[in-house]
Design a protein around this ligand. Structure first.
Ligand code: SF4
Length: 278
């Protein structure tokens, strides 16, 4: 079997940064708490659990020691509340997630009569982190149920995207807003890492007979990669390569491999080694 790796794959800027923060705190022999799953990957979470990191849901649950906020963030108000009660918190929220809240606040000031929309998954931690403190300033459009026939675009609107959205999906919804609205400002806030991985996944799927997408089942950007590949070639989404249905995969001569932004290198190397020896 010939195996081709995508040109862009694996850990992104935000994931590397938050894991570096955890490592630095552990190196100082501190009691370290991860607030929320630090990233959406079980292999990484278990690795840090073994190193002594404790996982809690809320910043106020941090005891003696330091709490690190996950890459996809928490509402600033939750962090401030914990700090108010004397907890030491390091905000590991990715800058691209915080950027969305900043744009919304700025738009509210300069265009107070515009309706602001964020396209994404309303239940995703990143969407909650970016919008929870904005007192209803922004409405979330669930792209999975968005129906242009039912949706009335207001004359003045601002549109942003979740950082891990599939670009084509956002472009379609933005196009609809531009056609139907009178004054529409569109911010493509899909992060560069997501965009590069999606483009590379599409390119890869066009060259191979099937694609293996490695990543956590809860990882939004991994699922997007899977959806992109699946639309082009038969694709398999697995957290570890050992979950793959081997007999089915053996039918393909050229197999592509890509990985979400929270998939560690060791999982990717393990998969390459396994596939090359099939
Ligand atoms: S996927 Fe993008 S927004 Fe999310 S942590 Fe990585 S760089 Fe940041």
């Amino acid at each position: 079997m010939k195996v081709i790796l995508a040109k862009e794959y694996g850990f992104c800027f935000g994931v590397r940064r938050v894991l570096k923060i955890l490592d630095e705190q552990l190196a100082q022999n501190k009691e370290v708490f991860s607030i929320g799953e630090i990233i959406h990957n079980h292999v990484v979470i278990e690795r840090y659990r073994e190193k002594g990191v404790r996982f809690v849901e809320k910043p106020t649950e941090v005891e003696e020691g330091v709490g690190v906020v996950r890459a996809h963030g928490l509402p600033q108000s939750m962090i401030s509340e914990a700090e108010h009660f004397g907890r030491e918190i390091i905000d590991g929220t990715c800058a691209f997630v915080r950027h969305i809240s900043k744009i919304i606040q700025k738009e509210r000031e300069i265009h107070p009569d515009f309706s602001i929309y964020l396209v994404g998954e309303p239940e995703h931690p990143e969407v909650i982190a970016a919008t929870a403190d904005l007192n209803g300033m922004v409405k979330v459009i669930d792209y999975r149920t968005f129906d242009p026939v039912q949706f009335r675009v207001p004359p003045r609107a601002v549109l942003l995207s979740q950082t891990t959205l599939e670009e084509d999906v956002f472009i379609k919804i933005a196009g609809y807003f531009i056609r139907e609205g009178q004054e529409v400002f569109v911010y493509n806030t899909i992060c560069p890492s997501t965009r590069k991985r999606q483009r590379a996944a599409r390119e890869l799927a066009q060259q191979v007979d099937a694609v293996v997408v490695l990543g956590g089942k809860k990882s939004s950007n991994t699922r997007r990669l899977y959806e992109i590949c699946q639309a082009i070639k038969p694709s398999f989404l697995v957290e570890r390569i050992f979950e793959i249905p081997v007999e089915e995969l053996k039918k393909y001569e050229v197999v592509g491999v890509t990985a979400g932004a929270s998939t560690p290198d060791e999982v990717i190397q393990e998969a390459l080694h396994y596939l090359q020896n099939l």
